[in-house]
Ligand binder design. Sequence first.
Ligand code: SF4
Length: 230
Amino acid sequence: MKTAGDTRSILDALESQHPGADTELHYRNAFELLVATILSAQSTDRRVNLVTPALFKRYPDAGALAKATPGRLEPQIHSTGFFRAKSKALVAMARALVRNHGGNVPADMDALTALPGVGRKTANVVLGHALGIPGLPVDRHVLRVANRIGIAGSDDPVVVERQLTSALPPERWTRASDTLILHGRRICRPKPLCDECAVQHECEYFQRGGVAEPVTRPHRKARRVAPQTP
Ligand code: SF4
């Protein structure tokens, strides 16, 4: 795996290739970003941005959303996919915000991940973009790109988050995630456009001729097998 210094200079190069990388979700406050990020699971930011203006008009805050029922919400978010599960999660999340946080979005990882439908990636998106607290969301693009380049070495998002945050100063975390996501969408796609990549010469995947490195998994104890009797 790359050193912390290498990781920083690779991110410098990628940030030059994708200046101003930022979340593509539209939002005006932490509540709206939390809702939009939950809706973005298994969907695209573009699709989410099509439904959120009307949704935020009808439910401008946690108090309004807490009074909704999942059934009333479903038609409004139908096009983002998994609309039944998302409707339930959104209403439960809003009710928990009202019950436990006075309707406000808490600026705290543990409190955020305790909310229904909110995982570590969603919490990091909200913390980093809307609450001014460094967070490095690891999605499938960050996982793929970071592992290919060699600035991370795991298929576990929590481990990759730890590897990247330990190599970068906190003020770079959110921009680093946004940059890796954009690089994964535009250049380092599942079928990568390596000729257009700013870090081709540093990339371990490219140096191996486009062969993925097997990721390290935790060792499991070998299962004892009883000897076969003849
Ligand atoms: S060289 Fe290719 S595989 Fe490596 S980061 Fe760039 S696009 Fe991805």
